[in-house]
Design a protein around this ligand. Structure first.
Ligand code: FEO
Length: 135
């Protein structure tokens, strides 16, 4: 059983975004598994970097759609993205400096943030994008 399992309740009915969310689930699962299996600091650091990079890229995809279609909730949505990136960057810095270990608490934060963000904020965006061409 995966730590984070995708099902259709997470779909925002936009394939590009859903596929990216599935990749984020997969990266969080890889990070969780690496932690549980006691993988090396180097391996966990690599997965953490992949997660951070992919998250930045994913947020950029959503923000481009929001700008293209003048989405009225762009600013608060982008603000949620920014805060999450800042938080994960802070985790990464602490981890790389040996001041912080990856724990179930941190995994729980990543999981809960992503799930809540998809179910509330991204779903609202998905509804808005329903009738927009070229997505
Ligand atoms: Fe899928 Fe707004 O992040």
């Amino acid at each position: 059983m995966s730590y984070l399992t995708w099902d259709d309740s997470y779909s925002i009915s936009q394939k590009i975004v859903d596929d990216q969310h599935k990749t984020l689930f997969n990266l969080i699962n890889r990070l969780h598994d690496a932690m549980i299996l006691g993988k090396s600091k180097q391996i966990m650091g690599t997965v953490l970097q992949e997660l951070l990079d992919y998250t930045v890229s994913h947020f950029s995809t959503e923000e481009k759609f929001m700008i293209r279609y003048s989405y009225q909730w762009y600013v608060p949505h982008k603000s949620e993205h920014r805060k999450f990136i800042d938080q994960v960057t802070s985790f990464q810095k602490g981890y790389n400096e040996g001041k912080l270990i990856l724990s179930l608490d941190i995994m729980g934060f990543l999981k809960d943030w992503l799930v809540n963000h998809i179910l509330k904020t991204d779903k609202k965006l998905g509804e808005f994008l329903q009738d927009k061409p070229g997505i």
